[in-house]
Design a protein around this ligand. Sequence first.
Ligand code: SF4
Length: 346
Amino acid sequence: MSADSEFAFELRVCQWAERAWPPGSGRERPVIVARQLGTERRRWDTIVLECDPEGLRSRANFGAEALDSDLLHVVRHAPAEWTWYRDCLPDPGYPWQYVREAVHRAGDRGIVETRKRANRIELRRKWPYPEWVDRIVAIENKPDLDASAADALADQLQRDVALSLSDEAWVATDPTTEGGRPTRALLEDIPVEAGILTVDGAGVGDVIWRPRTLPVEDPGTIIEERPDGGAHDASAARFDYADPEWKADKRREIAERAYERGWRAYADTMRPDCRHFRLRGAEWGVEPYCDAKECVPTAAECRGGCPSFSPEPPVWRTKAWPIEGGPGKGIKRLLDRQRRRHRPGL
Ligand code: SF4
């Protein structure tokens, strides 16, 4: 299967999850869907955040942009009353100078109040930072699950299960492809803790195997390296330990980036200002389409260096698009509006 159809499949899974998650039961919590997020070591294809409704609405107070780990450190511990920042924020384990910079950044973004008293920076909170995510679900998209894809995937999923950073781990396949209805032998390689589902060309999902809930609040194991299992491989596996606080921090950071980016951010790295670019209606929803290449382009090929790139003519920006800046900007605004619809209160 080509990279472009893998990308198209990923968008289809995201659209389906946004509409139909959780599979097989009614939605009780709002969800936020994002793609290509995770940690430095592991990036998940699709993630679904199952959110606390009140918490999600309160999160909107902090704006559409993600809060990075330094800003989270500030807003989570900002006190109700004016306090010198060193008296209210826990020792971060790195120089205080960086904390002070983060306090200034938080003040500039309007998410805490700051003032200077006797040469000391004081802060107080505007709103408590809510715990707005109940569960994080990671989905690995493999439209065509042949033997080598299943092998690589099994290894990744075993690592995901050992670390247990997400509450659930799933594999999504496309039942209309040859490998999309995986054989029993292939499925046996996938850890039993991982779920398996299919999403067809019409964007309809079906569960083949339900996952187990992973122990996100327990310590996790990071598998650094392990022997390949060959007859002559006597090397030892290397592991590291992930404590629950580290996991909780990572989950918050991932959730923050998901909140900002969602899954429609592809337009930010593609060229919607190319005259060949358009959004077209597919059976499952809306997808980017290139009229020159007659396919769903990947972000890697849809860029300024693309040999077929053709900028939208300036006249498009001066006639029907006097203020908005042309169809390319219009596409970005449309996707942004759709993203915001799932972030109540923004
Ligand atoms: S021609 Fe190239 S830059 Fe233009 S839409 Fe197609 S892939 Fe993107």
